[in-house]
Design a protein around this ligand. Sequence first.
Ligand SMILES: NC(=O)c1ccc[n+]([C@@H]2O[C@H](COP(=O)([O-])OP(=O)(O)OC[C@H]3O[C@@H](n4cnc5c(N)ncnc54)[C@H](OP(=O)(O)O)[C@@H]3O)[C@@H](O)[C@H]2O)c1
Length: 345
Amino acid sequence: MSKLRIAIAGATGYAGEELIRILQHHPFVELTQLAASAKWDRPVPLAEVFPRFAHPLDLAIESYDPQTFAQKSDIAFLVLPHGLSMDLVPILLRAGLRVIDLGGDFRLKDPSLFNQWYGRVHGHPEFLAEAVYGLSELNRESIAQARLVANPGCYATSVILAVAPLLRAGMVEPTGMIVDAKSGLTGAGRKAETSLMFAEMNENLWAYKVNHHQHQPEIQQALRPFTTAQKISLCFVPHVVPLNRGIFSTIYLRLARSCRWEDIDSVYRDFYRDTPFVRMRPAQSWPKVSDVAGTNFCDLAFTVDTDQRLVVVGAVIDNLTKGAAGQAVQNLNLMAGWSETMGLL
Ligand SMILES: NC(=O)c1ccc[n+]([C@@H]2O[C@H](COP(=O)([O-])OP(=O)(O)OC[C@H]3O[C@@H](n4cnc5c(N)ncnc54)[C@H](OP(=O)(O)O)[C@@H]3O)[C@@H](O)[C@H]2O)c1
């Protein structure tokens, strides 16, 4: 079998580096093109940029060029800051490539919501309807057929996986959800910013974009098929914590009807019965971010307080793996018709 040729734009960033780490061991793909911004005006050997990839990859980082991408690859991963993919995707699709975009440009279906939450006008809204939201566990069939996959946001992945089964079962209210989420620093990207410096971050913790984070409408949109209710609402409070990688989302949900712990557990287990990457914890056992670090797993745990009609769910993922590159490879596997776990276990 000939290998699928893979190009990565944004290969020098945190999520791009994680993609290289995973794909170098994938048996059915060949990395053919690693690109970044125009500052890479001459090819620089990958081993110079990331010494850990010295073997077995003999590739260079180059500035992004759509022509080379089209000639040298079958599938392109775009791992770029928000706002850049929207102009690249049409060119790549027209050249016959399939695209997995890890940024936010094609996640929201409504261009006015994109404008509101990303603070810019979408340059190519005509591709929003076609883009398939790449939460592998929820959209397998559509992802398999897609030309363009919008890989989910990292926080959004943890929250949607935690809430969708209970919402579909009518066990929890679709309004008034409260999400308290914590992310390691790589979630902010590899960039020089005062707030990301060691002395600022070490022994520190803060909330940011409270109820203004762009994953909020993404979560609402993705949960829409799981309820007939008109309104889905949540209060979303993301935090940065002094970890390199990992997300811990604690989600407070109001029970819509009386349920025992066992009822909720069986709803989750049934929903994720055929999925390899979502793991349920037994009663009273809560996951740590270290349990999933460097893996594509999402671990879920919950507790029920029937007096207060409250379910508290904990969801942990690695933001760079299940929250970004791992899920993108899971989607690649679905698109290519391979086992969903190929290269990921
Ligand atoms: N980090 C996460 O946990 C995470 C999780 C889920 C989704 N994502 C999404 O994935 C995307 C990348 O995130 P990241 O954290 O990896 O960001 P990052 O570390 O800041 O990396 C950004 C990458 O984009 C490249 N780039 C910047 N401008 C470019 C241009 N004009 N043309 C071509 N390449 C350009 C950078 O290359 P240079 O070296 O040339 O600057 C770098 O390779 C973002 O949209 C982010 O929201 C990230």
